[in-house]
Design a protein around this ligand. Structure first.
Ligand SMILES: Nc1ncnc2c1ncn2[C@@H]1O[C@H](COP(=O)(O)OP(=O)(O)OP(=O)(O)O)[C@@H](O)[C@H]1O
Ligand SMILES: [Mg+2]
Length: 368
C-alpha cells in the first residue's frame, strides 16, 4: 500500500488500516444513506398516514430506511474489502514472486540477482535485505572460488611448462640428461610439491581441520628456535637479525610449537626477502596484559597502502613478477593468518609506506 500508508509500517498495522478503511467506508455509506434517503421515506409515509396509523407508518419508514442503509453499507463494505484484499494480496504475491525469482536465478548460478524493496511492510523489506545480503555473500564466495582456481592454475603453469620443456628436450636429445638438468627438474617438482602442501595447509586450517598439538610453550623458546632456523639465510644475505624476548620474559602461550614455528619462519622469510643487504630485522616479543605480542619488523622495502589490506589474502603478491621470481606463491601470509586464528590470536601488518620497512604483529593469548 505504497503511498497510502507510511513506508515504515509493518504488515500488522497495514492490515488493521485496511480493515478500518472498510469499516469507515461502510459506516459512511450507512450514514449517508440514512441521511439522504431516510427523510424522504419518512416524508412519504407521513403523507400517506392518516390519524390512526401514524405509528404503523413511522415503524415502516424506520424499517425501510434502516434496511436500505444497512444493505447498501454491507454491499459497499463487501466491494471495498474485495478491492482492498485484491490490492494487498497482489502486492504480497508480487513481493514473494520477486524473492522466488531471485532465489531460482541464484540456484541457476546468477549470483547478481537481487530482490527490490517493494514497500509492502518492514517485514518484507527485512526479508529483501537479508536475502540480498546472502546473495552478495554468495557472489563474493563464488568470486573468490573462481579467482583461487585461476590463481592455482596460474601457479602450476610455470613449473609444469618448465618440466615439460626439459623432459621434451632430453627425450629429443636436444639437452643432455646432466646433473644441471636434473637439478632444474627437481627444483620445479619441489616447487609444485610445496604449492600442494601450502594449499592443503591453508584449506585445512581455514576449515578448522588443522591438527594441532598444543602445549604451554615459553615465548623466548619459540623466538630462539625460529631465529636459529633463519640464521643461515640471514647470514648469507648479510641481513642482521636482532632477537629480543626479554619484555615477554617468563610468558608462555598455549600453542603448537611446529605451527607457530612455521608462522615465525614465514614472517622472517618475508622480512629477509624484502630487506636489502646490510639491512636489519627485529624479532621481539612483548607481554601486554593478557596478551603476548610477537613483532617482526624490518627496514626493507615496506608495503604501500594499496597493497597493505591484501597481503594476507591467498595468492596475493605485492610485486607479482618479482615475488614470483623469488619463488613465492603468495600463500605464506594466508597460512600465517589461519594458523594464528586457529590459536585464538590475531595478526596484522603495518608499514609507513614503500621503502620504509614493514611490521607484522602476532597477538596470542598468554597462559595466565
Ligand atoms: N616484510 C615484508 N616487506 C614487504 N612486503 C612484504 C613483506 N611481507 C610480505 N610482503 C608482501 O606481501 C605479499 C604476500 O606475502 P606472502 O608471504 O603471503 O607471499 P610470498 O612471500 O610472495 O610467497 P610465499 O610466502 O607463498 O612463498 C608478498 O608478495 C609481498 O609483496
Ligand atoms: Mg612469504
Amino acid at each position: 500500500m505504497r503511498g497510502l500508508v507510511p513506508s515504515g509500517w509493518g504488515l500488522g498495522p497495514r492490515l488493521i488500516a485496511s480493515i478500518l478503511a472498510v469499516v469507515l467506508v461502510a459506516a459512511g455509506t450507512a450514514w449517508a444513506v440514512a441521511a439522504v434517503i431516510g427523510p424522504i421515506i419518512f416524508h412519504d409515509h407521513m403523507l400517506q398516514a392518516s390519524h390512526h396509523d401514524v405509528a404503523e407508518h413511522a415503524e415502516l419508514a424506520f424499517r425501510a430506511a434502516s434496511e436500505l442503509s444497512l444493505a447498501l453499507a454491507l454491499l459497499v463494505a463487501l466491494v471495498t474489502s474485495v478491492i482492498v484484499t485484491l490490492f494487498l494480496t497482489g502486492r504480497i504475491g508480487r513481493s514473494l514472486a520477486s524473492v522466488r525469482d531471485a532465489a531460482s536465478e541464484i540456484a541457476d548460478g546468477d549470483y547478481g540477482a537481487r530482490v527490490p524493496q517493494v514497500g509492502v511492510g518492514v517485514e518484507f523489506d527485512d526479508l529483501a535485505t537479508a536475502f540480498n545480503t546472502m546473495a552478495a555473500d554468495l557472489e563474493q564466495i563464488e568470486g573468490t572460488r573462481r579467482q583461487m582456481l585461476g590463481d592455482l592454475a596460474h601457479e602450476m603453469r610455470t613449473p609444469v611448462a618448465t618440466l615439460n620443456a626439459y623432459v621434451e628436450a632430453v627425450t629429443d636429445g636436444v639437452a643432455p640428461a646432466s646433473e644441471a638438468t636434473w637439478s632444474v627438474l627437481r627444483e620445479q617438482v619441489t616447487r609444485l610439491e610445496r604449492l600442494a602442501e601450502d594449499v592443503n595447509l591453508v584449506t585445512t586450517s581455514e576449515e578448522g581441520r588443522l591438527s594441532m598439538h598444543r602445549r604451554s610453550i615459553d615465548v623466548a623458546e619459540l623466538l630462539t628456535a625460529a631465529a636459529t632456523q633463519a640464521a643461515q639465510g640471514y647470514a648469507a644475505k648479510d641481513v642482521h637479525l636482532h632477537v629480543d624476548a626479554s619484555p615477554a620474559a617468563d610468558s608462555s602461550v598455549h600453542a603448537d610449537a611446529d605451527r607457530m614455528g612455521q608462522v615465525l619462519t614465514n614472517l622472517l622469510d618475508n622480512a629477509l626477502r624484502h630487506t636489502q643487504r646490510g639491512g636489519h630485522v627485529w624479532l621481539r616479543a612483548v607481554r601486554v596484559g593478557e596478551v603476548v605480542r610477537v613483532i617482526v619488523r624490518d627496514d626493507g622495502d615496506g608495503i604501500s597502502s594499496e597493497h597493505l589490506p591484501h597481503v594476507f589474502e591467498r595468492f596475493y603478491r605485492g610485486d607479482r613478477a618479482r615475488d614470483r621470481a623469488h619463488g613465492g606463491s603468495g600463500i605464506g601470509l594466508a597460512i600465517v593468518r589461519s594458523i594464528v586464528r586457529a590459536h585464538g590470536g590475531t595478526v596484522h601488518a603495518t608499514s609507513p609506506g614503500h621503502g620504509q620497512g614493514a611490521t607484522f604483529t602476532v597477538e596470542l593469548p598468554a597462559v595466565l
